[in-house]
Design a protein around this ligand. Structure first.
Ligand SMILES: Cc1cc2nc3c(=O)[nH]c(=O)nc-3n(C[C@H](O)[C@H](O)[C@H](O)COP(=O)(O)O)c2cc1C
Length: 193
């Protein structure tokens, strides 16, 4: 399959089977990530692999978060938690914050995003389901995740990746054609400049 076909085929797979992901496949995902482009080769990412007892602690933190966030919606809390319970592998990706240099720190986040996309494509190639979560149980915007992984203050949580074998065919998604998203600047209107 060509790279462009792979890019079109990649999907967010949210329903995963609980059986463990093999060590060599986890290593392959992490290795793929390290080849992502990154400014000045700062390699500004760090990966936290969450399984076993660490995952149980994550489940507790996520449960507490969900109960606080949705106090009147116990059904939603249980449904969200069920997704996490059936996910065998979680990888949290951080990017380095450079004190006093917000521009480079932002570039570091972009590099981490590139690394995540590389992992997403590699997962697809390995027959693994994968979704990058930031909202809800992803806990990316909640300090609990930062504390759980024990990251130093200069690492920002960028994504929580849920990985496992797919429990179902993910739904098809659509994209707007590039023509509607592109401005071709070949004939600049001199009056508008
Ligand atoms: C930065 C980022 C954050 C995302 N956060 C979530 C999330 O919190 N929960 C979720 O179910 N999917 C999340 N996704 C996955 C998108 O919802 C998904 O890519 C989108 O629905 C398009 O589906 P597709 O990737 O299968 O084409 C996120 C994707 C990105 C890039």
């Amino acid at each position: 399959m060509s790279m462009r076909e792979m890019l079109r085929k990649r999907r967010a797979v949210r329903n995963l089977r609980p059986e463990p992901v093999e060590e060599d496949k986890i290593a392959a995902l992490l290795e793929a990530a390290t080849w992502a482009p990154n400014d000045r080769l700062r390699e500004p990412w760090h990966f936290y692999v969450i399984r076993g007892e660490a995952k149980r602690q994550y489940e507790e933190a996520a449960h507490a978060y969900l109960r606080e966030r949705f106090p009147t919606k116990p059904h939603l809390v249980e449904e969200s938690l069920k997704v996490l319970l059936s996910t065998p592998l979680v990888i949290v990706v951080t990017s380095d914050i450079i004190p006093g240099d917000p521009d480079s720190s932002r570039d570091n986040e972009y590099a981490a995003a590139c690394a995540i996309h590389s992992m997403w494509l590699a997962a697809d190639e390995l027959g693994l389901g994968f979704v990058w979560r930031t909202r809800g149980i992803g806990l990316v915007h909640d300090d609990r995740m930062h504390r759980l992984i024990g990251a130093p203050a200069n690492r920002k949580v960028i994504g929580t990746l849920f990985v496992g074998y797919p429990a179902e065919e993910p739904p098809a998604t659509k994209r707007t054609g590039y023509a509607d998203k592109t401005t071709w600047l070949l004939e600049l209107d001199s009056e508008s400049r």
